[in-house]
Design a protein around this ligand. Sequence first.
Ligand code: HEM
Length: 476
Amino acid sequence: MSKTDKTTPVNQAPTADGGESGKSSNSGSAVSYDAHAVAAGAEAAGADAAGADAAQNPSDLHSSGSTPPAAERGVSRRGLIGGALAGVGLVGVAAGSGVTAAVLNNRSASPAPGSGSGFGSGQPFGKETISCHGKHQAGVATAVTAHSRYLAFNLSDSTNADAIRRMLTVLTADIESLTSGQGPIADSEPELAENPARLTVTVGFGPELVNRVNPAARPDWLGPLPRFNRDQLGAGYDDGDLLIAIASDDPLTVAHAARMLSKSLRSFASLVWRQDGFRRAHGSEPDGATMRNLMGQVDGTVNPRPNDDDYSDLVWLQKSAGWLAGGSAMVFRRIRMELDTWDQVDKPGRENSIGRDIAVGAPLTGTKEFDEPDFTAKNELGLPIIHAASHIARARSSDPNERIYRRVYNYDDSTDQGLLFICYQRNPLEQFVPIQRRLDQLDLLNTWITHTGSAVFAIPPGWEPGGMLGETLFAS
Ligand code: HEM
């Protein structure tokens, strides 16, 4: 069911509504994250961060709220069973004695219909927060959550520099409220804000917004990317003056935040496109596991980690970037997948096209996900085991500076399915573009993928309590 017709762009369907010094300033949260601490375990912390400080690893925090794992606490198996039974006692009122039996048999049990309560193994994670304050905006290096929504707006003609400042003041207050679990001032359903579930809102500026404040402050990379031969853009997912990237482990939270922020922006800008993304549900696999895309591949293995020494130089703009110091450059590409024809490819064909196996994501020359690929290894016929035109062979660069931080999501719309390829870097012209040029020229994956949307945004640095998102632009 690979459909090549395009989703209706939002501007044709106006009803579609749409840290290093990070401190937790959030109140009323059972568990709150410092953006910096979360960064240390973001994305596939798995193998790389196995030895990392447990206090900085969000997967540890998630598995048991703020309590260390049972083994570390010296809790006995008997203690765990006792605790589980104590919990069952509560649920058992609604679900009946079958629940207890199921737990003892180590089987999962369903809540009684209408009991209003799930029976998961973990604690509810709705109260978990990621601070929006800090040197960097949250949502770039902080833990990746299960759901995301991207809203791109164009500024109204009357939104001049003064209005942009007012707009950013409102956005700042909204983001501070929403990410700490409180409804913004104009929220008529503040109950929907009560479970942020690690909500982050990352704001990006398009070229027009920067031009309206100070054209001299616009970096040369902030504009449409050079055109690539295989691009099929113009489907309604390109560019924009302002990007609001919302992410949380709870889709209701995402929808509510999107509605609140859209409401605040109404008098300043209008929505031009919207795109939702998802990964596996929070808790369905250990936090930090590398995600799988809709082609079934493990996607995100070779990726700079926020706690790597060179992450900062690759991703965060430095002092020389002036108002953007502490910020980053985001590239957004909507990439359609032809899943119907991909279905027809046998396993060796699928694995050759990427250069890795499907089961665990190991390179074809290795056995484990994080094994280093050997691009020189040959098979018994003397042919390279990892095809020279495979995706990993073409995407890899010999220049260590020509790397990007990928933070991708799946999408599954009524018209098509694919990947929201989002990456962060200092300069897209020196990092994303050369990689994409190689892939555009030759990549075995190209038979099944097409880029249908493209945008670049400047991600301003973060802000501290009392400050304003994007304030450095006004001082530029
Ligand atoms: C739908 C499109 C795409 C799919 C399905 C896809 C999938 C994958 C997969 C499965 C891997 C191997 C595991 C890993 O290291 O993450 C990979 C690696 C990689 N991809 Fe993609 N990718 C896509 C598009 C892109 C694009 C547009 C770029 C950048 C322009 C890119 C850059 C990379 C890089 C840099 C690597 C790591 C290569 C290395 O081993 O050094 N990918 N991708």
